[in-house]
Design a protein around this ligand. Structure first.
Ligand SMILES: Cc1cc2nc3c(=O)[nH]c(=O)nc-3n(C[C@H](O)[C@H](O)[C@H](O)COP(=O)(O)OP(=O)(O)OC[C@H]3O[C@@H](n4cnc5c(N)ncnc54)[C@H](O)[C@@H]3O)c2cc1C
Length: 328
């Protein structure tokens, strides 16, 4: 099909933009579908998960840190500078071809159009799950002390020697809480039941820290504070009694939801946790001409720099695959 694109990139976080920079410079004329704002299940914005944070201090090259939204704007401009075409739409459904060199993949866009592409990079990320408390997102987006990523934000000066709280009871919550014990004066794990889901070894790792505390049978009802978090309103799940807890940081660690709904039942393989399965260290999925990059294919690291690295890998893989198929 002559009007098919060589490469379509789905997603506009660090992975998607990095793939676009490489692909555009390699003259693949990439199209980026950058997505539209939605709730799925947490807030999803064009620009990705970094749109929900203020200071990014751990991305190399920004010695004094940079605000997440500004960083993503710069990524986008860099991709556009080399000729990337950006379309502000969601891809709603994909029909992947078993022979995309001859019969391209068909992507169904939210405006009713169907777009064809010989190769596709899926970089749709994984949405952090939030509690949906009345004041949670306001204080997350303003840098007011609420975050869904302890490894990203825990080392910020505002959290040093302050009481911090983590919500969650799985291995990730224990890992995030253990990490925070390096910085906080005390780290409370708030858990709705009287036992943790996390493996014994991960629980032990957290509980062995002198500043670790678990608050059993408690749920967070809301975050208190105007510009900055001052505490939490808690409710006891057994007695219903309400109380407040003074903290200067709240870290939500109740998992992520990979953005894969639109590619279910396409023949694409997923891991047990629902991430796109990449059987090798490359970005190749199990389908020809379909590549994946970033958090949508990475349950382990979920960082901007790893997502960007995977975006680079995917663009190089797509370029080589297109060349091998005689299309570039
Ligand atoms: C609160 C918070 C703070 C963080 N702070 C840091 C930090 O300081 N440093 C750090 O390294 N990492 C940080 N992270 C992690 C970092 O944001 C992610 O690792 C990174 O954004 C993943 O990049 P990605 O490109 O894979 O996906 P994302 O950034 O999630 O981007 C996915 C993109 O796909 C789009 N999309 C989704 N579905 C569709 C569709 N069907 N069609 C079209 N587009 C679609 C979305 O709109 C979005 O643009 C933080 C995360 C959170 C939640």
């Amino acid at each position: 099909m002559s009007n098919a694109h060589k490469l379509v990139i789905i997603g506009s976080g660090p992975a998607g933009w990095t793939a676009a920079i490489y692909a555009a410079r390699a003259q693949l004329d990439p199209i980026v579908y950058c997505g539209v704002p939605k709730q799925d299940p947490g807030p999803v914005l064009p620009g990705g998960q970094l749109m929900l944070t203020t200071e990014v201090e751990n991305y190399p090259g920004f010695e004094h840190g940079i605000e997440g939204p500004e960083m993503m704007e710069r990524f986008r401009k860099q991709a556009e500078r080399f000729g990337t075409k950006v379309l502000e739409h969601d891809v709603e459904r994909c029909e992947f071809s078993s022979d995309p060199a001859h019969k391209p993949h068909a992507l169904h866009i939210d405006d009713g159009k169907v777009v064809h592409a010989h190769s596709v990079i899926i970089a749709t990320g994984a949405t952090a799950n939030w509690l949906n408390l009345p004041n949670e997102m306001r204080l997350a987006r303003s840098g007011g002390g609420v975050s869904a990523c302890a490894v990203c934000d825990g080392a910020l000066p505002a959290y040093r020697n302050q009481p911090l709280a983590v919500v969650g009871g799985g291995d990730t919550a224990m890992e995030e809480a253990s990490y925070l014990t390096k910085f906080g004066s005390v780290v409370y794990v708030i858990h709705r039941r009287d036992s943790l889901r996390a493996s014994k070894i991960m629980q032990q790792r957290f509980l062995s820290r002198p500043n670790a505390k678990v608050l059993w049978n408690k749920v967070v009802i809301d975050v208190l504070g105007d510009a900055k978090i001052s505490g939490l309103l808690l409710e006891d799940t057994v007695t219903g009694e309400r109380s407040t807890l003074d903290v200067k940081g709240l870290f939500i660690a109740i998992g992520h939801t990979p953005a894969t709904k639109f590619i279910k039942n396409t023949g694409l393989k997923f891991t047990d946790k629902g991430y796109i399965d990449l059987p090798t260290r490359t970005s190749y999925t199990n389908l020809p001409g379909v590549f994946a990059a970033g958090d949508v294919a990475d349950a382990d690291y979920r960082q901007a720099v790893t997502a960007a690295g995977m975006g680079c890998t995917a663009a190089l893989d797509a370029e080589r695959w297109l060349a091998g198929a005689g299309m570039h």
